[in-house]
Design a protein around this ligand. Structure first.
Ligand code: URA
Length: 419
């Protein structure tokens, strides 16, 4: 078999066989296929697409390119959730402890962010002392004893995806449905959960720009998961404006703590409850989604979900004392208020623009080895539909650098449309 023929076949819009896909994945994983040929095939896939069969075969081959976790020794139905990525999405930080309080074990492997803001691991590691580099033994023990652990994805989980993703990121081949579906699902399948609930986002801050594309992506991922015997369900959610008010790392942890205290913005809790309801049904904790809502609300009101988060932080080496202070985790120290220059109604808070502002402030990374500034980020004070007067604060921006605050001001202001 030759990589040249595989590229040529896809370039002419033909479907690849299981053997050709396996040859490609094996060659990428062991470094035998040069990056220029891999990139050429990725671009051909972007132009010509893949059938559902090819996408499923690519996913399975990538899932099998490294270690596949066996969670069968852990009690209960293990339910994972995955978000396709968005600005201000801190749902995992809230759902992990909340599901554990509802007696649903959460075994969560997450990634660091590459792009506008940090990933779940970057957000959690904004908590002083906390580490997500757990040994498998500690990871499983914590799930058994506490019901929730969040660990960083090991390098041995779907290593082929790691190589492909790095190339896609630099060859403009990220936003392609079969490539996104196989990338996400290969990691989810290799992580070993019995059920996977997807949060597929659409809008300016998401890969999928329309609801229809998001539905198409969700359906493909569901069919791959079901084909592999996993329980699957999904939520489609809007990412035209940031989710909640906080965008960054420490600032998102603070919003997650407020959520677990019952003080979070409604749009954030809507997505949390929709995902949580599907997780609780998939995990057979409740029979219907309707039953899940009062259960989740009860565990927030009685403080048990917050107590799980506190314990999770402690067990992962962090200091949870910030949770008892009014300010929570420190931000800045440099900050600036972004104010309305005219009165009207906010008609747009561009998620992409706010995400890019957070990146400029130091909350994200453009290359994978860049350091993140945990205290930097954006607090969005006005959301779509809010009336504003001239001079009202639209957002507060925070950074460890005065210069970065200065350079982010304009972009932050431009993310708001007031009409
Ligand atoms: N997240 C992933 O893990 N892979 C993609 O391709 C897109 C989002």
């Amino acid at each position: 078999m030759r990589m040249f023929d595989i590229i040529d076949k896809k370039r002419h819009g033909l479907a690849l066989t299981e053997e050709e896909i396996a040859y490609f994945v094996k060659g990428v994983t062991c470094g035998e296929i040069p990056d220029y040929q891999t990139s050429a095939l990725l671009m051909a896939i972007c132009f010509k697409g893949m059938t559902e069969q090819e996408t499923a075969e690519l996913t399975l081959a990538m899932a099998g390119s490294g270690e596949e976790m066996d969670l069968s020794h852990l009690r209960g139905i293990k339910v994972d959730k995955h978000s396709t990525g968005g600005i201000g999405d801190k749902t995992t930080l809230i759902l992990g402890p909340l599901m554990a309080a509802c007696h649903l074990p959460v075994v969560k492997m997450s990634g660091r962010g590459l792009g506008l803001t940090g990933g779940t691991i970057d957000k959690l590691e904004a908590i002083p002392g906390l580490s997500c580099a757990l040994s498998m033994e500690d990871f499983f023990r914590q799930v058994e004893e506490l019901g929730v652990a969040v660990a960083s994805q090991t390098a041995s989980l779907a290593p082929c995806d790691k190589k492909l993703y790095a190339l896609r990121d630099t060859t403009a081949t990220v936003d392609c449905i079969p490539l996104i579906a196989s990338s996400i699902m290969s990691k989810k399948l290799a992580s070993g959960s019995d059920a996977i609930i997807l949060d597929v986002k659409y809008g300016s801050g998401a890969f999928m720009k329309t609801k229809e594309e998001a539905e198409e992506l969700a359906e493909i991922m569901v069919s791959i998961g079901e084909h592999c015997g996993r329980r699957m369900d999904y939520v489609i959610s809007d990412m035209d404006q940031p989710l909640g008010q906080a965008v960054g790392n420490a600032i998102e942890v603070n919003e997650a703590v407020l959520a677990l205290k019952g003080e979070a913005p409604e749009d954030l809790m809507d997505v949390v409850y929709q995902l949580g309801a599907k997780m609780l049904v998939a995990g057979e904790i409740v029979k219907t989604e309707k039953e899940a809502y009062p259960l989740m609300k009860e565990h927030i009101q009685d403080g048990s979900a917050l107590a799980k988060f506190r314990e999770m932080i402690k067990r992962q080496g962090g200091d949870p004392s910030f949770m008892d202070t009014k300010e929570l985790l420190p931000l800045g120290p440099f900050s600036e208020e972004i104010c309305a220059e005219q009165a009207g109604i906010v008609t747009k808070v561009c998620a992409d623009g706010i995400g890019h502002t957070a990146l400029v402030l130091g909350a994200g990374r453009e290359t994978k080895d860049e350091a993140i500034d945990p205290g930097s980020g954006v607090f969005v004070c006005k959301k779509v539909g809010d009336p504003v007067q001239k001079g009202d604060v639209l957002a507060r921006i925070y950074s460890g650098s005065r210069e970065l605050v200065e350079s982010a001001k304009k972009e932050c202001y431009q993310a708001f449309v007031i009409e």
